[in-house]
Design a protein around this ligand. Structure first.
Ligand code: G1P
Length: 290
């Protein structure tokens, strides 16, 4: 069994960048080819051996709860009609032995607050945090699985990182610190959404974290920061004064599906890898006069 058993999905955000689509549809339920974004995140967790999925939801996110609930009527109907392949697709959303927990974040007070809402469900154990807007694709080994491997070696919090254009620093948590092995840096500084001039480096935090439970005490004391929100980044900044935290430059491709362009890039590239669609979609793109 994996040393990290729980993954937390903070999915209470409003998704204003996708309005009007997200007026009534949770942004995490937007589809990339044939699966909602949130399911890509859940599959990444399951591949890493995680067995408990904790969703921190807001009031308009009931479709996420429905998606991870058992669909008795649908399964029954598919069974009666002999649609075994589709039945399997539906049943595999939550494989046997996987627990789903749904927690309401009463107010959208920020990512740090959302993670704190998971405290009772997580308990006194290390856990993963997955932001489903960041879709990370790696055919061989999922990002979270790679990070659990690093956690097992260092027994310390691990944050997923990526090099970005420094002009983009205001969109991310930014870290800096010395490399301790190729692709792994000790986090000596971490700042939420600094201006390019104030950014400590060009290493950005992406939406994958393995955190020790000591983060909860830090988050309880974290005051509102960037954007007036309780930031996970600020909680991690406090955590690293007490125990080491590492930034891990994961292997794989990240799509920023919180932006329209990233969402379209993920759609095109994953469609080109899809077992049924790859051929015809490639032919279609080739004949487009662009
Ligand atoms: C959040 C975090 C930020 C991180 C980013 C990754 O920001 O606060 O530190 O770099 O996710 O996607 P958000 O994109 O929710 O504003």
């Amino acid at each position: 069994m994996s040393s990290v058993k729980t993954a937390v999905f903070p999915v209470a955000g409003l998704g204003t960048r996708f309005l009007p689509a997200t007026k009534s549809v949770a942004k995490e339920m937007l589809t990339i080819v044939d699966k909602p974004l949130i399911q890509y995140g859940a599959e990444e967790a399951l591949e890493a051996g995680i067995t408990k999925l904790v969703f921190i939801v807001g009031r308009t996110k009931n479709s996420i709860i429905d998606h991870f609930d058992k669909a008795y009527e649908l399964e029954n109907e598919l069974q009666l009609r002999g649609k075994d392949k589709l039945l399997k697709v539906v049943q595999e959303v939550v494989p046997d032995g996987i627990d789903c927990v749904f927690i309401r974040q009463p107010e959208a007070l920020g990512l740090g607050h959302a993670v704190l809402c998971a405290e009772a469900a997580v308990g006194d154990e290390p856990f993963a945090v997955i932001l489903p807007d960041d879709l990370i694709h790696n055919e061989e080994e999922s990002c979270v699985k790679q990070m659990v491997g690093v956690f097992d070696k260092y027994q310390a919090s691990i944050i997923g990182t990526q090099t970005v254009d420094i002009e983009e620093s205001h969109k991310y948590g930014m870290i800096a610190g010395p490399e301790v092995e190729p692709g792994l840096a000790r986090v000596d500084e971490i700042v939420e959404k600094p201006s390019p001039a104030e950014s400590p480096s060009d290493q950005a935090v992406v939406g994958r974290y393995i955190l020790t439970p000591a983060i909860f005490e830090k988050l309880k004391k974290t005051e509102r920061g960037a954007g007036g929100e309780i930031q996970l980044t600020d909680g991690i900044a406090a955590l690293r004064t007490q125990e080491q935290v590492y930034g891990y430059s994961f292997k794989g491709k990240r799509y920023d599906c919180g932006s329209k362009l990233g969402y379209l890039q993920a759609t095109v590239e994953l469609a080109l890898e899809h077992e049924e669609l790859a051929g015809p979609f490639r032919d279609y793109l080739k004949q487009l006069d662009i």
